[in-house]
Write a protein that binds this ligand. Sequence first.
Ligand SMILES: [Mg+2]
Length: 432
Amino acid sequence: MAQEIELKFIVNPPVIHSLSEKLNALSQEQHETRQLVNIYYETADNFLRRHNMGLRIRGNGNHYEMTMKTSGQVIGGLHQRPEYNVPLSEPVLDLTLLPAEIWPQGVDIAELQQQLNPLFSTNFNRQTWVVQQGTSRIELALDQGEVVAGDLQEPICELELELLEGEAGALLVLAEQLVNEPGLRMGLLSKAARGYHLAQGAVERAVKPLGLLSLAPKTTIEQGLKAALAQSLESGLYHEELWSRGNKAAKQHIMLAAGNVRHVLALFGGIIPRKASSQLRDLLLSFETSLAEQDKGDSVLFSAQASITKLVLTRWLFESQWRDFVDEKGRIKLDGSLKRFADGHLSRHSAELRAIFQRPLGDAYADKLTRLIRELDAARLLAGIYPVEQASPWVENWQGLFDAIKTNQIVEIEHYRNEAISQAPFWLHSGK
Ligand SMILES: [Mg+2]
């Protein structure tokens, strides 16, 4: 088994030429452009997709290769997943060539193979460079072409940085050098994910407001921090994709995701000193300002500033950079129970919210939005540790109030305000 570790960027087509030149200058090893045709297979009931697997045959001239990717870990545009490659003499599936242990228990391989049919394809030209980054070797692949499913298609124009040898962190270091000029945007969706979406009819993707994090009861504070930041990053990138495709409502959700990162950092400010995240918070604030000022997605999203912000966040998260700023006492706190932390802090955030919204505020509601979302973001993270049926209604009433203020709906505002301030705690509170 090989582990595929890669970082993906969407490329703004006008910069293709300057990007190639930059890579030529950076690389000791350049390869000729190859034309790759990839057929992805699936059963009628999406067996592979349901098991987070992706199966394809790639053709390059007379060379064929069967690849199976299984589920892994994704942090923003950084994908890490197991990958199995088998050379084929002809472009015909043969599942018996894949290792037996990759299949879910009880799967009849022969029967599965019978049920698999081509679902979509990706056809692109791939130009590759190899760069030595410290002790690591990285392949850069610039792909231009299209994803095709039936009558539907969409363009591919992306740059993948794939680790050949060494440390995953090297991908992020190299990427920081590449994004200092505009034209690259961190990509969340794999080519396969885009193919499946087309094959399902390419229904326009809907905005997805940040929801409750679902956290296991024994989650530590540090695990909660990581999960919350990963959720924000994913939400931000998801809505960037939507905004880039013309969904205007998505912009607000990018801003909320960026704000959420700052609010999560503030929540743990007693454990992780502010100087650990000062660069990150400055970048986020500037990014949010640029977003607020712009109506055209691509001019902000392909900017160097936007890319650096997400790369710094990804690296902060991937390398757990806060640990360099935390002493032994802090480390013990980070390993402590998030549940215990939440029981204490939820009372505080709840009291703060109730104090702000105790009485009707007439036309002054909009002034309270910043504080409302800050408290709500903190409460939403902490609420993830409790049973969802208890935590969810509480959070939804405050979220309802936020949405009603945002859209200036007077009747809804008073409804949600009354509901929200009269809710009983769902956490273990001291009664003070
Ligand atoms: Mg790859």
